[in-house]
Write a protein that binds this ligand. Structure first.
Ligand code: SF4
Length: 377
């Protein structure tokens, strides 16, 4: 169904919850258009992500190459480089662009280490709207520092007529982070309830199902089991900047092959991929990121349709909200089953040291700093 291509680990943001920017790839080592030409057509979604994908000078060439291979091509961006996005949206108005934003003003700028970032993102979104973009939106990661602003951000997207995607803090090798976690899980999860309720008031069917995605996020925040099993390596996969193909972006042990050395078919149908799918079926991580959640919600045979469980939940709770009845969250989420884990150290904003920052290392240390022991915090 879905493929994510991590085009680069270079990034112009300095997020506290993702340290990709500390481990930039060298441009000449990054996956090339010739290698990406080996990706077959017929995907539901292909997501171009990073790092910051707009830092790739050959992004227009990559978009030309991959746009015909998916029903929907997405660019996940920090939105700081509008000049590189506008021509792409003018050429392909149906391209999906999600701009990462973590709150209003200083909240965003501090979490993401982006001086003036909030204002730039709003300006970028407005320019993309003016350029004729048909599938634009913001994407926000739930965390202690912004949980009071999430509903406000959602309302902002409604005013602008764009989409609102959410995620929660995760650890993973792709983020070079193993100490992400909530300081106050219950408080942040309760804020998620407000967003779920607000989304079910919408007239957009897509937004109702996004409410269900946020129900899954509440469980993730509380450290509980996924709403539905993960299908990494079967329904979605990741290509990293070195052309390595992984079942997911969290576990570095789920490497299925390399697209320079092998064909897509060899990777997908190889013994390694089969072995990793068995590991996925028993995976204890309980991630709930959009890639793993969206695919899990979709019908295995009719990918445009949802599975029965999310459909039933959406119908029941849309009706409740329409009648002014409170959603009985306690039926779906056990607030007595909170996995607090060890005390989480506060994440550091990199905003202040921007001027004094040392040059980034020339070569990535790859996964050297990654500590798998902290996965589940
Ligand atoms: S639940 Fe396991 S297999 Fe699925 S995305 Fe998370 S780490 Fe990967």
């Amino acid at each position: 169904m879905d493929l994510a291509v991590i085009l680069t680990y270079r990034c112009s943001s300095r997020c506290s919850m993702c340290h990709v920017w500390k481990h930039p790839t060298q441009p000449e080592a990054e996956v090339t258009p010739a290698t990406l030409a080996k990706v077959p057509g017929g995907f539901d979604f292909i997501n171009l992500t990073g790092g910051e994908p707009t830092l790739r000078r050959d992004l227009p060439e990559i978009v030309d190459l991959l746009h015909p291979k998916a029903c929907k091509l997405e660019i996940s961006t920090n939105g700081l480089h509008a000049d590189r996005l506008v021509p792409l949206v003018e050429k392909y108005p149906d391209i999906k662009v999600r701009i990462s934003i973590e709150g209003f003003g200083e909240t965003n700028d501090s979490i993401r280490g982006e001086p003036g970032g909030y204002e730039k993102k709003i300006a970028t979104l407005d320019r993309l709207i003016a350029a004729g973009g048909q599938d634009l939106g913001f994407a926000t990661t739930f965390q202690d520092e912004n949980s009071d602003e999430i509903v406000g951000l959602y309302r902002l997207t409604q005013e602008k007529g764009v989409e609102f995607a959410t995620s929660a803090l995760h650890n993973g090798y792709q983020f070079f982070k193993s100490d992400n976690g909530q300081y106050d899980r219950v408080r942040v999860a309760r804020k998620g309830e407000d967003l779920v309720t607000e989304m079910l008031k919408s007239t957009s069917v897509k937004t109702w199902f996004r409410a269900y995605l946020n129900l899954g996020l509440i469980r993730k925040i509380l450290g509980q089991r996924r709403l539905m099993p993960c299908t990494a390596g079967t329904d979605f996969a990741f290509i990293d900047p070195w052309s390595d193909v992984y079942a997911c972006n969290v576990r570095p042990d789920l490497l299925m092959g390399n697209l320079v050395e092998q064909s897509w078919e060899e990777i997908l149908h190889g013994e390694t991929a089969d072995e990793h799918r068995r590991k996925v079926a028993a995976c204890p991580q309980n991630c709930w990121m959009v890639g793993s959640a969206r695919t899990a919600m979709r019908h295995p045979r009719y990918a445009k349709l949802p599975k029965w469980e999310p459909l039933r939940w959406v119908l029941a709770n849309k009706l409740r909200v329409s009648l002014g009845v409170r959603i009985p969250f306690e039926r779906y989420v056990d607030y007595g089953d909170v996995h607090q884990g060890e005390e989480i150290p506060r994440r550091v904003s990199y905003l202040e040291d921007r001027g004094e920052r040392q040059p980034l290392p020339k070569e990535s240390t790859r996964y050297a700093e990654f500590d798998q022991g902290f996965f589940n915090r």
